[in-house]
Every structure is written in C-alpha cells, then in structure tokens.
Write a protein that binds this ligand. Structure first.
Ligand code: IDP
Ligand code: MG
Length: 151
C-alpha cells in the first residue's frame, strides 16, 4: 500500500547539521519527498502535534525542546511508508535503538532523539494537516516509478 507519513527533523539534529544525513537516508531507501519546509515550531503547533502526551511528566520539556530551534517538516511517500520510516528512525530511546537506525547511530538520549515520524496512517493524516496545506504537497511522478510498480 502506498502511504504518506509525516517526518520532522528535530532541533537537536538540525543544530548538529545532520539534515543532509537524515534526508539522504530516506532518499536512498527509495521514499519520495512530497513536501518540505523549515520553521521554528510555535507553542500552539507543538501542543497540537503532541496532544497525546499532554499530562505526561516529559511533556513540558518536550514542548520546550521542540520549539527551541529550527526544524524541518517533511512528508515522505512510498510502499508502507509509515512503518518503513519508523523502522529507519529506531526505538524512541536512542540508547535502545539498534545500530543502523538514525537514533541508534546518532543519539544518546530519549528526548533528543533527532527525528519524529507518524506511528500510523491515521496519525500521519492528522499530523500532515497540522503542518501542511494540501497545495504544499506534490503529486509528481518520479522517473523511476514506472518500473518500481509491483502490482
Ligand atoms: P516516538 O517519537 O518514538 O513516537 P513518543 O512516545 O510518541 O515516541 O514520544 C514523543 C517524543 O517525546 C519522543 O520522540 C521523545 O522526544 C520524547 N519522549 C518520549 N518519552 C520520553 C521520556 O520518557 N522522557 C523524555 N522524553 C521522552
Ligand atoms: Mg509518537
């Protein structure tokens, strides 16, 4: 199933100049970039994005962290894109994330874990709508797509 997923490069990764490293991984995997922007996330957006965590002990620090500097918002598309990106990002706690994943290779802590990605197709729909207007997403066909089709 072709899916779209919402991905964000968090302020720690942006500040460590890891955007190219992270974007390159998704590109090399074969995912298609259909939307991208750079912004410092407002408190309002951060609270919408992380509404499911409101009330948890780590929530105030998480909102402070995510609003602390520039972030890159992206929408990536591809076969089972939601699960594929979650697997590439690795476990939430960077210490537990497998080597070979973004968090496992570049992170040391649970909060500053470099990337966010949607955890289901429904979550992706919700998160994409928080950060992107429909006209900011592209439906382009990539040159390799005509022979990538496996249906
Ligand atoms: P996920 O990003 O892997 O989906 P979630 O459980 O949805 O993980 O948590 C959202 C974000 O909140 C995490 O990516 C991490 O930055 C932060 N976080 C999660 N659990 C903790 C914690 O126990 N302490 C501090 N920060 C946490
Ligand atoms: Mg999550």
């Amino acid at each position: 199933m072709i899916e779209r997923t919402f991905v964000m490069i968090k302020p720690d990764a942006f500040g460590r100049r890891l955007c190219g490293e992270i974007i390159g991984r998704y590109e090399r995997k074969g995912l298609k970039l259909v939307g991208m922007k750079l912004q410092i996330v407002s408190n309002t957006l951060a609270e919408q994005h992380y509404a499911e965590h409101k009330g948890k002990k780590f929530y105030p620090a998480l909102v402070d962290f995510i609003t602390s500097g520039p972030t890159v918002q992206m929408v990536w598309e591809g076969e089972n894109a939601v699960a594929a990106v979650r697997k590439m990002n690795g476990a939430t706690n960077s210490q537990e994330a497998d080597l070979g994943t973004i968090r496992g290779d570049h992170g040391l802590t649970v909060q500053n874990n470099l990337v966010h990605a949607s955890d289901s197709v429904d979550t992706a729909t919700r998160e994409i709508a928080i950060y992107f207007r429909p006209e900011e997403l592209f439906d382009h066909v990539m040159p390799d797509e005509k022979w990538m089709k496996n249906d």
